[in-house]
Design a protein around this ligand. Sequence first.
Ligand code: ZN
Ligand code: ZN
Ligand code: FE
Length: 752
Amino acid sequence: MFSRYRIKVFGSVQGVGFRPFVYRIATNLNLKGYVLNNPQGVFIEVEGPKEELEKFLIALKKEKPPLAHIYGMELEVLPPKGYKTFEIRKSAEGGKKEVFILPDIATCDECLKELFDPNNRRYRYPFINCTNCGPRFSIILRLPYDRKNTTMAKFKMCSDCEREYNDPTDRRFHAQPNACPVCGPWIELYTNKGKFLAQKEEALKKTADLLKEGKIVAIKGLGGFHLACDATNDQAVNLLRERKKRGEKPFAVMFKDIEQLKEYANITPFEEGIILSPETPIVLVEKKPNTSLSSQVAPYLKKIGVFLPYTPLHHLLLREVGRPLVMTSANISDEPIVKDNQEAFEKLKDLADYILIHNRDIANRVDDSVVRVIDGKRIFIRRSRGFAPMPITLPFKLKRKVLAVGGHKKNVVAIAWDNKVVLSQHIGDLETYPATEFFTEAIETLKRLYDFEEEVVVADLHPRYYSTRWAQEYSERTEKKLIKIQHHFAHALSLMADAQVLPDQKILAITWDGTGYGTDGTVWGGEFLLTDYSSFQRVFSFKTFRLVGGEKAVKEPRRVALSILFELYGDNLSKYPKTVLKSFKPSEVKFLIQALKKGIKAPLTSSVGRLFDAVASLLGIKQILSYEGQSGAIMEDLYNPKVEDFYSFLLEDGKINWNPLFEELIKDKSPTEVKISRFINSLAEIVKEVVLSKDWNTNLVGLTGGVFQNKPLTERTVQLLQREGFRVLVHQRVPPSDGGLALGQAVFGGLI
Ligand code: ZN
Ligand code: ZN
Ligand code: FE
């Protein structure tokens, strides 16, 4: 009994060695036919005896290549056609695009072995890659994923590379970025003034020497440039801080291998697994005390962002230098990461002493991803390289195609259809013109790659967010429906979609962050929302207070503390702790108290993020922040899990009254660590008491918003709730912060 199977495979099946794999299993079973890539996925026609065809199907699902993700398969059984061979055919174009673009993947072990094998023809070649590793999203211009549609198109393969590329049994069969020293891209070193110094191996050696001398070198990587310097050299790290106007924001450090990394950081086996994963994100881990690492790498912090080399060039450089390197995204303050050579010479000339470029263009800029482990789970701080633009799958289908434009800070946009949401790479804070350009570029790229046209656009309710204004203008121009959604509701929906909550379920979502526009015009950020996919009810929130200076106060914990103190003691300054008063000039205090009395430039807020700031000021930890989230980052390091008690608070008619909490904290004479621990414990206790205060008709409690990137707070809260028998949902696939907002927006737009 002969027959012919026509099989369509959907998912991440291109650029992962899927066709050679199909070729291998088909020829092993002596089946005939062909396989090809088309914009919908992989298309297979295979014929032979029925039993062999069944074996083929089993192997197709079971033995698929490690990087392939199959989201669906269609099978048609047809009469045989009499194929004589099995072959891999040229990609077909046209039709609806349903293939997923793979993220960039770190150099694999086999390539690494070849890289350092003197007998290999790619010995020390900085662009070695194969079907299992190397660039993907960062070089793709359009689908299908073929060399001519990538930035490798300009390099013509030599005969050796061509042979590998065309040999179905080779590891580099149809590896689109395949290259070697004879035919592929190369590196060149320049001064910051653009003077050529060296190329290839000589450039590599020279760069390593310069880094060892304490110089700052801009290095072109996978998704953009890094600024690199010796992480053990105080002077170099300080200089980089000054030039980058980076204040105290921590730098990530790259180590040559996991052994070297372990000399500088205490990591758990779970963290080690993430550090070594093909996505190689930056992982926040515990810094070891008293190492040679410069204290300027992560001032005031006990943790540090670490990662391993993920391109051959990184491997070569890190081994050559022998010391850990600061590797921070090369950009000017809030602008996007620099990706093009010309751009590097223009924008980085005052930041770097030297610039190491190469001639493989970056099509899509993509920053490093950042994760940390909380409650034994990998939590995203930033989801970008290695993950974007892989889709987030939903446990239901959306009714329409959606474009979601995200928030304002840590912006990420998304397109969504069927049961998939594709989130863009990290775009960043939309506060500069180049950032807003990147925002529109990211939207255009996603739409082009997926041949996507949305039916509705979803944006945040905030009237002054750039993304909202853009969406407004765009929807008017294109006559598309615009839906605006409240910030914290979007956080809650993002968590529900992330945690695969079903459409008929509801959750009690605890959405705590720094700021978000509320439906009543006040600034929200300490909300308890009873939520399903169509609506929310704000069932509890923190008591509001007037935040003196509004936006200005976000950077100045002392202003937040003053606002809280005014709430507690009015203008009776004798009751105000000296720590706070001392941080201002007396005239400033007078002026601010007047502003608070009159309510001028002092919006009402219920933000929990601000409460962290207030405590940081009251305890004399930080009066002015150097970066967003700094107070929480420092405070969590001082948390002592042995402290069990907490401060008092009152639940009053849907409001959390924190007056007793701050009064007790101000009077508390215990060491700072104890006070911080009691404060964090109080927040966890507040969640527990609110959750237990009433039957909410659901067993699901979710934690979302930037505040839940705080490790001790999240862990303590999860523990307390689980002890009471609740199922606690936390983010696993997108960040809890505004970096995950677009997922919630997309789901809302797709369902209503
Ligand atoms: Zn490889
Ligand atoms: Zn070659
Ligand atoms: Fe938020």
